[in-house]
Each structure stands twice: as C-alpha cells, then as structure tokens.
Design a protein around this ligand. Sequence first.
Ligand SMILES: Nc1ncnc2c1ncn2[C@@H]1O[C@H](COP(=O)(O)OP(=O)(O)OP(=O)(O)O)[C@@H](O)[C@H]1O
Length: 212
Amino acid sequence: MIAVTSIQFAYSGEKPFFIPDFEIRSGEALLVLGKSGSGKTTLLNIMGGLLAPQTGEVSIDGISLYSMKGNALDKFRGKNIGIVFQKPHILAPLTVEENISLPRFFVNKPSGEKVHQILSELGILEKKAARVHTLSEGEAQRVSIARALANEPKIILADEPTASLDDENASIVVNLLKEQAKKLHASLLIVTHDQRIKDEIETSITITREGP
Ligand SMILES: Nc1ncnc2c1ncn2[C@@H]1O[C@H](COP(=O)(O)OP(=O)(O)OP(=O)(O)O)[C@@H](O)[C@H]1O
C-alpha cells in the first residue's frame, strides 16, 4: 500500500501544486487525471522517490520514503517501485531480454526464468533477442512495462502509458498493467489525460493547478 499525506511541493520560484491526500491499497488501482501542466508527472515523481516534496509524506507499507536518502532510497526504489515512464526508457544497445534483466541485476536477483515468464505474460517473448529500435510503439511500451515489473514491485507507477498507442494497443496495455498489479498484489497508479482509460479503471482523482 502507498499513502500520500499532506504533500506540499513547488518548483523553485513557482506556485505550489495542490496534491490531495490519498492511498492505494495492495491490489488496487487509481487513475490520476488532470489537464496538461496540472502536475501529474510531478506527483508521480514524488511518489516514486524521484522528487522530494517540501513537506508531507509518501509511505509504502508504513515506511516513509523520504526518511531514506541517497543509496538507501535508490535501493528501496529499485526493489519496491516499478515506474513506466511516458517515453519508454529502454537502452538501445541492449536486447529486450537484457533490458528486462537489468533491474534484477541491480538488486542481485537472478534473471533467467523470471524474465522469460514476464516476457511471455506480456506477449513479447518472441522479441527477447530483438533490439529496441526494431520494435513497434506498442511492443516498446510492453517492454517498458516488463522492465518496471522485473523486480515484482509493490508499487507500479505509470506515466501516460497509452499516450502514443491506438485503441487496441491502449486497451492491451491498460489490461496488462491491471492484471500484473493484481497478480503481484501491487498498488497501481496510472497518470493520464487519455479518456479511454477511464472506462477501464473506475477509481480516479483529478488534480488541478488552482486547487479545490
Ligand atoms: N523541473 C521543473 N522545474 C520547473 N518547472 C517544472 C519542472 N518540471 C515541470 N515543471 C512545470 O510544472 C508544471 C507541471 O508539470 P507536470 O509535467 O507535472 O504536468 P503534467 O500534468 O504531467 O503535464 P502533461 O499532461 O503535459 O504531461 C508545468 O507547468 C511544468 O512546466
């Protein structure tokens, strides 16, 4: 479970964001909606341990994220949080399989079978030896999801995962995220302004720059 409490955040010299308190229990999903510039990616980065708020707390299973710093925070993030970025951050010189193995390598977990299982569940096993530039956008997004899931995280954060996808691929990607979150008993947060996702995930909050 992830809980966001009393967060205050402003980029230097800018006006603050209004971030409501909320929690996402294990196995549950939440959509964060809001116009462009409302602070959705900012919120995701705060929840992912990438951007410390000025005040307030993000806690994961009772552990306060920002009570940790530097290496300890990086390790905790690597082990517990899977982030699907807006643009797939996949490493071009590596194959699909190597890209998915990397996060496991960093936390000293063996790859092999687990990586095959994830690739197979996401329907990209036959692409395991492929280089990233040979993939379609839908496939690249699935690789990106596979990489976020590689360490079987407790928290899955996805930033506009369907933005560049057609209806069919958008639906496949959302359902994969939902299924995997259920299976891992993880909390899933999807940040989006894609109206198509609203039909797939019922619970949502909307953030605005002006506040309530
Ligand atoms: N590092 C930064 N320094 C200063 N301002 C920033 C920084 N990153 C983002 N911003 C500003 O903060 C606001 C919110 O950005 P953010 O990316 O969180 O919005 P968003 O809701 O995710 O937008 P979109 O839907 O377009 O991705 C924007 O006005 C943006 O220009």
